[in-house]
Design a protein around this ligand. Structure first.
Ligand code: TMP
Length: 202
């Protein structure tokens, strides 16, 4: 049986990822999942990570909990699914840690790469779809929500993350597909489908 493809969506909060994760996973009949929180243990870690009450969480503890969530996610769900020939569509991946803990929290990128590569046993996404939405639009959308621990960060934090995502995409263009997140959902879905066909032939 051929291996499934591992597709991850990335982007800042409020960019509309979740809608397109659902649409693509449904179209491909893929396993739909997310980080953090794709497993039972991961859900527990997610609760700790996003809880605004944990405002004193150290950046290293945050990075290690994200990596732990991911290690469990890969071992329990992603790797077995790919091995059985199923595609996996995930809302976020290891690249979120490089963007948020690396560029956002300004932790050492080389160390984060090493820790995370170990956590995932070298299983990086085949394709990363980055939904690009201007920061002003995202900040406006966030005003309408109850904010989690990350969403309470300042604009500079999100700007560093955005720059980080763009830098990673630019340095690995074969793996990254950047899509403009501003068109209506159906139009964006078509762009994503066309990109997937061109990149992965599915
Ligand atoms: P979500 O709201 O997109 O599900 O993600 C929860 C938050 O966790 C979001 O603010 C991004 C953040 N995050 C990291 O900081 N590092 C990571 O590795 C992942 C997967 C998410």
């Amino acid at each position: 049986m051929s291996l499934g493809k591992y597709i991850a969506f990335e982007g800042l909060e409020g960019c509309g990822k979740s809608t397109h994760v659902k649409r693509l996973a449904t179209r491909l009949n893929a396993v739909m999942t997310r980080e953090p929180g794709g497993t039972v243990v991961g859900s527990m870690l997610r609760n700790i990570l996003i809880d605004p009450a944990n405002s004193n969480l150290s950046p290293r503890a945050e990075a290690l909990m994200m990596a732990a969530d991911r290690a469990q996610h890969i071992a329990e769900l992603i790797s077995p699914a790919l091995g059985s020939g199923q595609h996996v569509v995930s809302d976020r991946s290891v690249y979120s840690s490089l963007a948020y803990q690396g560029y956002g929290r300004q932790q050492d990128l080389a160390e984060l790469k090493r820790i995370n590569d170990w956590a995932i046993g070298g299983l990086w996404p085949d394709l990363v779809i980055y939904i690009d939405v201007p920061i002003e639009v995202l900040l406006e959308r966030l005003q309408k929500r109850e904010l989690d621990r990350f969403e309470r960060e300042d604009r500079a934090f999100f700007e560093r993350i955005n720059a980080g995502f763009r830098a990673m995409a630019a340095s690995d263009p074969k793996r990254w597909l950047i899509v403009d997140g501003m068109p209506p959902k159906d139009e964006l879905e078509k762009l994503i489908s066309a990109g997937l066909l061109a990149r992965l032939g599915i």
